[in-house]
Ligand binder design. Structure first.
Ligand SMILES: [Mn+2]
Length: 192
């Protein structure tokens, strides 16, 4: 079973996250930030990764530390659960529509962290949408993932964010998929 549990406690945040890459999309997410609970829940639902998250942080400052650290811990857990990456598809991509918003996501579980984040959110008073990029930046750095995110069209911040998280979920589902025709590690270097 490709499962992992990460407990990470710093002076800023306290996060406990467990996942199962071979799950069926069961989730229990409590981060104290309702919008992120919504995003992580739909990530689980559409990636079929079972996800449990209990987290809190210094949100009296702002949401920055907690959202960034949630990305780091999710990336760490994906990496740990993948192990040596034997037999995986490695690549995934998805063009995901969410009402008026359309986002394209591409993943390579290459072991090398890289992010391209081409998304323009509108200014918002109720949530700092710039933190979505911080979340994914943290995730790629700890996971060693190459991740391209491009929003092609979108008006509503909530829809844009949702198209990104759902597209990420669908892409990750493809990339972590065990392909029976893949023998060993899918790299000519024999290491990912
Ligand atoms: Mn929604």
């Amino acid at each position: 079973m490709r499962k992992a549990k990460i407990i990470r406690k710093t002076s800023e945040t306290d996060i406990e996250l467990s996942l199962n890459l071979d799950g069926n999309g069961k989730y229990n997410v409590k981060t104290t930030i309702p919008f992120i609970d919504h995003m992580l829940s739909l990530f689980s639902k559409h990636s079929l990764v079972d996800l449990k998250v209990i987290a809190k942080g210094d949100t009296e400052v702002d949401n920055h530390h907690l959202i960034e650290d949630l990305g780091i811990v999710l990336g760490e857990a994906i990496k740990k659960a993948l192990g040596k990456k034997k037999g995986i598809s490695r690549y995934g991509n998805f063009l995901l529509p969410m009402d008026e918003s359309l986002s394209y996501i591409a993943i390579d579980l290459s072991g090398r962290p890289y992010i391209s984040f081409d998304v323009k959110f509108k200014n918002s008073l109720d949530f700092d949408f710039s933190l979505i990029e911080e979340f994914f930046r943290g995730l790629v750095s700890s996971c060693g993932m190459n991740l391209h995110i491009k929003n092609h069209i979108g008006k509503n911040n909530h829809h844009i964010a949702e198209s990104i998280f759902k597209g990420f979920a669908k892409s990750l589902k493809q990339a972590v998929n065990i392909d029976k025709k893949v023998k060993g590690i899918p790299s000519t270097k024999n290491k990912l």
